[in-house]
Write a protein that binds this ligand. Structure first.
Ligand code: PMP
Length: 440
C-alpha cells in the first residue's frame, strides 16, 4: 500500500507505510509490522498511545459537546485543565491561555509580552531576542525567532526586530574555561546583545531550556540559566521559555526550568501537553503580566479552536495520567538508564561523537573525528541511511541533518515517558543492529 497515490505534500516524497494502530510505545503498520516509537513522534506521545483513561475521557466529552467557542461559553474541561496546569507549574506561573500547537504558543507568548509592555507605556520595546541555533516553530513569527538556517533561508527576509544572540550555546567550544565560566560567558553574550540593541527597545528573550530540533537535546552549563534570569531582570526584559518540547515531564521535571530553579515570565507548552491525543498548546504566564492587559481591555489575540472542550478534556486526562503514573519520576529514572546506554554506545562505535540530554530527551551525534568533531557525512547521507536502517528494523528515530545550523547529524532518542527498562533494552538492541549495518 506504500506506493498508493497521494495528494498530500509534506517535506519529502519519501513515502512511509500506512499507520494501522498504536499502543503504548509501539506503532503498527498495515502489514502488521511493529515499530518502537523511539522519539514519541516528534517528542509528542509522552504518555504512550491509546491510553485508556484519555480515550474514555475524550469519548465522554464527545458525547456532551465537541466544540464550544470560548467567548460564548466557559467549559469545565478548559477551566479544570487550566487549574491543573497552574498546580503543576512552579509557583508564580498562574494564568493560562490555550492554543492548538507549539508555534501558536510561542507567538502568543510574544504577543502577550508586547501587549503587556504597551500597558506599561513601554511601546519602544519590540525586539524579541532569540538564540542561534534554536527552533521555535514554522509560522512566520515563530520562524523568524528560529535560529536554524535551512528552514529560514527559503523565506528570508521575514519580520524586523527579531535579533539573535549570535554566540551559540554549544558543546563545541574549545577553550580552557570551566563549565561554570562557559555558562556565564553564554549569558554574557545575551547581555551584550541587549546593550547593543538598546535595552529600552528589547521586549523579550525566548529560549529553549534544552535545545530541541536545532541542536538535539543540548543542555547549557548550569550557571547559564540563573545568569540569564538576572540579565533579563536587570533590563526589564521578559523571559520566555519555549518548553514546547521539554515541558509536560519530558526532562524529568514538569518544566525543564525547574532543574535550575528558574521561574520564567511566560512558558510555551504543546507537544507532550496534549500528548498526541489532541492538537493542544498553552502559554502559562505570571498574573502580573496578564492582569494589566485584561485591565486595559483584554488580550487582543486568540485562535478559533483555542481551549475547545474536547482538546482540553484530553489534556486534562493526560496531566492526570502523568501525575498518577508518576511519569515525571519515570522520565528521570529511565533518562539515567538511557543515558548510560548511550555512553556505552559511544564506547562501542567510534563514529558516535557525542551523547547528551536531560531526562528522556536525549541525543547522539555522528562524527568522523571526535577530536575535531567533524561531522561524519557533510553530504548528509548518513542521516537518511541510519534513519532508514533503524526504521526497517522497527525503530522510529527523529533526526535532523544539521547541527546548530551547520552540517552534522544528530538523532533524538526520546521515547514515551511510560517506557520500562526492559523496553529500553529492546530499543537499544534494535539501534545497535541498525548501527552495525550502518558501520558495515
Ligand atoms: N518550539 C519548540 C521548542 C519545538 O520543538 C516546536 C516543534 N518542533 C515548536 C516550537 C513548534 O511547534 P508546532 O510544530 O506544534 O507548531
Amino acid at each position: 500500500m506504500t506506493d498508493a497515490p497521494s495528494y498530500l505534500f509534506y517535506q519529502t516524497r519519501n513515502p512511509r507505510p500506512f499507520l494501522d494502530r498504536a499502543e503504548g510505545i509501539y506503532m503498527f503498520d498495515e502489514d502488521g509490522r511493529r515499530y518502537i516509537d523511539g522519539s514519541s513522534g516528534a517528542m509528542v506521545s509522552n504518555i504512550g498511545h491509546s491510553n485508556p483513561r484519555v480515550l474514555a475521557k475524550m469519548k465522554a466529552q464527545m458525547n456532551r459537546a465537541t466544540f464550544g467557542y470560548r467567548l460564548h461559553f466557559r467549559t469545565h474541561p478548559s477551566e479544570d485543565l487550566a487549574a491543573k496546569t497552574v498546580a503543576m507549574t512552579p509557583e508564580g506561573l498562574d494564568r493560562v491561555f490555550f492554543v492548538s500547537g507549539g508555534s501558536e504558543a510561542v507567538e502568543s507568548a510574544v504577543k502577550l509580552a508586547r501587549q503587556y509592555a504597551l500597558t506599561q507605556g513601554q511601546g519602544k520595546r519590540h525586539k524579541v531576542i532569540s538564540r542561534f541555533p534554536s527552533y521555535h516553530g514554522c509560522t512566520f513569527g515563530a520562524l523568524d525567532l528560529t535560529g536554524y538556517d535551512p528552514l529560514r533561508e527559503p523565506f528570508a527576509p521575514m519580520m524586523e526586530g527579531m535579533p539573535k544572540v549570535a554566540a551559540p550555546v554549544t558543546y563545541l567550544d574549545r577553550d580552557d574555561l570551566s563549565e561554570e565560566a562557559r555558562g556565564l560567558k553564554y549569558a554574557e553574550a545575551l547581555r551584550t546583545r541587549i546593550l547593543e540593541l538598546g535595552p529600552e527597545t528589547v521586549l523579550a528573550f525566548v529560549m529553549e531550556p534544552v535545545g530541541g530540533a536545532s541542536t538535539g537535546a543540548l543542555v547549557a552549563p548550569d550557571s547559564y540559566y540563573g545568569r540569564v534570569r538576572e540579565v533579563c531582570d536587570e533590563f526589564g526584559v521578559i523571559l520566555i521559555y519555549d518548553e514546547v518540547m521539554t515541558g509536560a515531564g519530558r526532562t524529568g521535571k514538569f518544566l525543564a526550568a525547574e532543574h535550575w530553579g528558574i521561574t520564567p515570565d511566560i512558558v510555551a507548552l504543546s507537544k507532550g501537553f496534549g500528548a498526541g491525543y489532541a492538537p493542544l498548546g498553552a502559554i502559562v504566564a505570571r498574573h502580573e503580566l496578564v492582569e494589566p492587559v485584561l485591565d486595559a481591555g483584554g488580550f487582543a489575540h486568540g485562535f478559533t479552536y483555542a481551549g475547545n472542550p474536547l482538546a482540553c478534556a484530553a489534556g486534562l486526562a493526560v496531566l492526570e495520567e502523568i501525575e498518577e503514573q508518576d511519569l515525571i519520576g519515570n522520565a528521570a529514572r529511565m533518562g539515567e538508564v538511557l543515558m548510560s546506554e548511550l555512553r556505552q554506545l559511544m564506547a562501542e562505535y567510534d563514529f558516535i561523537g557525542h551523547v547528551r540530554g536531560k531526562g528522556l530527551l536525549t541525543a547522539f551525534e555522528l562524527v568522523s573525528d571526535r577530536a575535531t568533531m567533524t561531522p561524519l557525512d557533510p553530504g548528509l547521507n548518513a542521516y537518511d541511511r541510519l534513519v532508514n536502517l533503524a526504521y526497517e528494523r522497527g525503530l522510529i528515530l527523529y533526526s535532523r541533518r544539521t547541527r546548530g545550523g551547520t552540517a552534522g547529524d544528530h538523532f533524538l532518542l526520546a521515547p514515551p515517558l511510560i517506557i520500562t527498562e526492559a523496553q529500553i533494552a529492546e530499543m537499544m538492541a534494535i539501534l545497535r543492529d541498525g548501527l552495525d549495518a550502518f558501520a558495515g
